[in-house]
Design a protein around this ligand. Structure first.
Ligand SMILES: NC(=O)C1=CN([C@@H]2O[C@H](COP(=O)(O)OP(=O)(O)OC[C@H]3O[C@@H](n4cnc5c(N)ncnc54)[C@H](OP(=O)(O)O)[C@@H]3O)[C@@H](O)[C@H]2O)[C@@H](O)CC1
Ligand SMILES: [K+]
Length: 504
């Protein structure tokens, strides 16, 4: 699914209006109806609904929603804020359409905002995608009052005051919504961790914007959903054999961290790889042979650390390196050799990222278009550097991908995947239960297995991250997100792949 900017969304609105021969008020009515249906499914008409409307079309949406909820027997009060002479024409039209019995107040000072308690539902329709500067003055005072109340806040399209696709200036007030209901497509702002307290739980509802316009509009931003992913899964052909699905090498594990190698290996095997070889420090040899009997294990000459590469490194068609390795000097040397000698794709995680991140020499050795990095935010900082905010971080990530010709999978809620061509994908699966030790090792195993099966690096990242999150979601529905472990994620990989396969 594409993510469009506020400007592109405005164009999509205008295009749809023209193409369908409808008025902008008709489109507003359609959007407000879709919002009202969501609201009705979520909230009973037992609590009073207070709708706060700004002067633009977001406020216009609020007015239509108020009218529709009133028709459906919700107790509603409307509050308008801002100079009426500046109001948009669709706002003015819909203000006139409010029935007389629906209570309407105009707010000029913040003390006119009524006391708000948890027995009220607030709908925030102050500003949408037309916001063009930070919110201050009376609007900020109203936002402050709403934020400090215990009422449940649902924002129409976007929390008022939040910029959709660029950094909101720090002086601007922003609604802290419990729910955000966005029209047609998600907004970039929803996917950034720094906005968690503003967005709340978000949903996208279709309002019938032109599919043709959206498909023809260029963007480098995508939100990957089931529809974008399931068809990428390749069927296994009848006459295939284990060689068809690749031979993977995992260079993982260290003294006290053999579990990382076990998790990566088990995940790799559960992701369809043909053959798996691991090389682990010799102290881990028995552990791996026992815990993962399907894999072949090579013992490093060092007892505790990775210190050498296996012979014939180029017989493996994908190599995953990093989980549990540690950052010993000898390991760094081995990684340098790996970068210099391997001719197949490398999936680089954990301590291998830390080692490369701290060495300009190793960075300079990175082969182009053959590397996937899978950092968590701290590892990302070591690799790419610190950023001031999430927008800068995404920009820095894409610059890094372009400079080194690599893919970066920045793990987190809505894991972000950057490509050398400058595309940015945000994942839609996964949950907070996955924020636990070992889930990253699992992801390394999955992506390495997919690369070995000849998926493109981009598809391996997209599919791997999606299926990892899906397995996490399935695990969470079984064991809950508190008790969930990385092993639970592996245990649900079969179901996750089946889910993608069955409907593909
Ligand atoms: N287009 C369509 O057909 C459809 C659009 N839809 C809906 O419209 C929304 C976008 O509507 P919009 O473009 O009218 O912008 P909106 O966010 O309401 O605000 C603009 C107003 O605010 C003002 N203003 C801006 N910043 C300000 C600030 N910081 N502080 C104070 N004032 C500020 C600005 O005035 P200015 O002072 O800049 O002249 C202007 O008056 C979109 O999110 C969706 O909900 C749906 O109904 C589907 C159909
Ligand atoms: K809003």
């Amino acid at each position: 699914m594409k993510i469009l900017t506020a400007a592109q969304t405005r164009e999509a609105d205008a295009y749809t209006i023209k193409a369908e021969g409808i008025s902008s008020a008709d489109l507003m009515e359609r959007a407000a109806k879709a919002f009202t249906t969501w609201f009705e499914n979520k909230f009973q008409p037992t609590k009073e609904v207070l709708v706060f409307c700004g002067p633009g079309n977001n406020g216009g949406d609020g007015l239509v929603v108020a009218r529709l909820l009133h028709q459906r027997n919700y107790p509603v009060r409307v509050f308008t804020v801002g100079a009426s002479e500046k109001a948009s024409s669709d706002f003015k039209t819909n203000l006139k359409l409010l029935p007389d019995e629906l209570k309407h107040f105009h707010i000029e000072e913040a003390n006119q905002v009524p006391d708000l308690n948890e027995d009220l539902n607030v709908i925030d329709a102050l500003f949408g995608t037309g916001l063009n500067r930070p919110v201050t003055g009376i609007f900020a005072d109203v936002i402050e009052k709403l934020n400090s109340s215990a009422a449940c806040i649902t924002s129409i399209d976007i929390p008022s005051g939040l910029f959709s696709d660029s950094q909101t200036p720090y002086e601007g007030a922003i609604i802290k919504a419990d729910y955000t209901i966005s029209f047609e497509l998600p907004k970039l702002a929803f996917l950034l961790p720094q906005h968690e307290e503003y967005i709340g739980e978000w949903h996208v509802i279709p309002i019938g914007l032109s599919e043709q316009f959206i498909s023809e509009t260029e963007t480098n931003l995508y939100y990957t959903t089931y529809r974008d992913i399931h068809y990428k899964l390749k069927p296994r052909k009848k006459f295939s054999h284990k060689g068809t699905f690749g031979h993977t090498l995992l260079l993982c594990g260290g003294f006290g961290k053999m579990g990382a190698a076990v998790l990566a290996a088990r995940a790799c095997l559960r992701s369809g790889v043909g053959l798996l070889t691991l090389q682990v420090p010799s102290a881990g040899y028995t552990v791996l042979q026992t815990a993962v009997p399907e894999a072949m294990t090579l013992a490093d000459k060092s007892r505790k650390h990775l210190s050498e590469l296996p012979q014939d490194i180029n017989k493996y068609n994908a190599i995953g390196v990093g989980p549990g390795l540690g950052t010993e000097r000898i390991t760094k040397t081995a990684i340098g050799q790996l970068l210099a000698t391997s001719s197949h794709p490398l999936i680089i995680d954990a301590d291998a990222i830390n080692l490369i991140g701290s060495s300009d020499k190793l960075k300079a050795q990175l082969p182009k278009n053959r590397v996937i990095f899978t950092p968590h935010p701290k590892e990302f900082e070591r690799l790419v550097g610190k950023s001031n905010n999430d927008y800068d971080r995404l920009r820095d990530m894409l610059e890094f991908c372009a400079e080194y010709g690599c893919y970066v999978v920045l793990k987190g809620s809505n894991t972000a995947i950057g490509t050398p061509e400058g595309k940015l994908y945000f994942n839609s699966t996964g949950n907070a239960g996955m924020a636990t030790g070992g889930t990253g090792d699992v992801l390394t195993g999955i992506i390495t297995a997919l690369v070995a099966q000849h998926y493109t690096l981009e598809d391996a990242c997209l599919l791997g991250v999606y299926v990892h999150g899906l397995a996490g979601d399935l695990a969470s529905s079984k064991v809950g997100d508190i008790a969930m472990t990385a092993s639970d994620v592996i245990d649900h990989l079969p179901q996750a792949f089946l889910h993608l396969q069955q409907s593909s």
